[in-house]
Design a protein around this ligand. Structure first.
Ligand SMILES: [Zn+2]
Length: 340
């Protein structure tokens, strides 16, 4: 573990939590009784895939720069929670994102557990080749549904970004490397305000058409509601099948879980989240972090949906990273459990 401080190594006893807070775990093992089961909401998938974005989207947007060995230990802990996808880092220039300057060391340093996929963000061909050289076997490209956000965040127009992504995704496909596409600002933009569902649909269709196997629709500044989520998804689903869609919600206005539940009821079963609700958005003042993985799992467990992820182990990893970056968790579940 290199230079991991001993205070960070010491985590709370989650076995104790397990005994004292049975409600967190009551449906972890699918222990819903039949009467309860019939009272579940309709239209929900049986299994929900969680894409953990804490190490990349989360840490990239934290003010402190986390030491490389802490990142590696954090990802290794997450790998043992049952999560099947963990976004590791971003192969972007360190001039733009100093928090991700150690991308190669992190990618090479983590233990890649069987059954876990470790995608990395690759904004351009140069980043893509570096990622592959460092051992990446899955990549993501990051676009926006807002012209102004695209210019400020990735320094080019939507059209220019799509041309770059086309090169990246094409190269990835040649190498049998799966590519995921992000669309940010799908429910609002810090510069333009409302974003039309048509614009989100256009960009999503383009990414899907170029070969991205999954399109993650991001409410980057967390302003959406179940109403705007529903309108946006109805439009996007006309062009991209729900099986190829994911949602990525931030909790700025406290709507993330409601928005996710809306998406699940509309047939989506892939959800992005970050342990402890890490992150934010440096281009949008006041935008809070991603929905916390702990809170998402708590809701899904309560709905009787299978995620394959152990909430206690996730809380342990969340406790580790919060101590390491000296911040209070944004997970309501972790707060309630630790303060009880
Ligand atoms: Zn995010």
């Amino acid at each position: 573990m290199g230079n991991v401080p001993s205070a960070v190594k010491h985590c709370l006893s989650y076995q104790q939590l397990l005994r004292e807070h049975l409600w967190i775990g009551d449906s972890v093992a699918g222990a819903l009784d039949p009467a309860q089961e019939t009272s579940q909401l309709s239209g929900l998938p049986e299994y929900v895939k969680i894409v953990e974005v804490g190490p990349r989207d989360g840490l990239q947007n934290e003010k402190v720069i986390v030491p490389t060995d802490i990142k590696i230990e954090f990802i290794n802990q997450l790998s043992q929670t049952g999560l099947s996808v963990i976004e590791v880092t971003s192969f972007v220039s360190s001039r733009w994102v100093p928090q991700m300057a150690d991308h190669t060391e992190v990618m090479k340093g983590i233990h890649q557990y069987p059954g876990v996929r470790y995608p990395v963000l690759t904004p351009n061909l140069q980043g893509f080749h570096r990622a592959v050289a460092a051992g990446a076997t899955e990549i993501s490209v990051f676009g926006a549904a807002s012209e102004s956000f695209s210019k400020k965040n990735i320094n080019c127009s939507i059209e220019e970004s799509m041309e770059k992504f086309e090169e990246v995704v094409k190269s990835a496909r040649h190498m049998n490397i799966p590519a995921r596409g992000y669309v940010s600002c799908t429910l609002g933009c810090p510069y333009e305000g409302n974003i039309t569902p048509q614009k989100v649909t256009e960009v999503s269709k383009r990414l899907y058409g170029m070969g991205c196997y999954e399109i993650s629709l991001g409410d980057t500044i967390g302003v959406g509601t179940p109403g705007s989520m529903k309108r946006m998804l109805e439009s996007v689903m006309k062009e991209v099948p729900p099986s190829a869609l994911a949602v990525h919600c931030h909790d700025t206005y406290g709507q993330a879980l409601a928005n996710i539940l809306t998406a699940l009821q509309m047939g989506i079963n892939v959800v992005d989240s970050a342990v402890s609700g890490l992150g934010g958005c440096p281009y949008a003042k006041g935008a809070s972090g991603n929905v916390a993985t702990e809170d998402l799992i708590y809701m899904l467990n309560g709905l009787g949906l299978n995620t394959g992820v152990n909430i206690y182990k996730v809380m342990e990893a969340g406790d580790f990273i919060c101590k390491a970056v000296n911040k209070t968790t944004n997970s309501k579940v972790a707060q309630a459990s630790f303060n009880a």
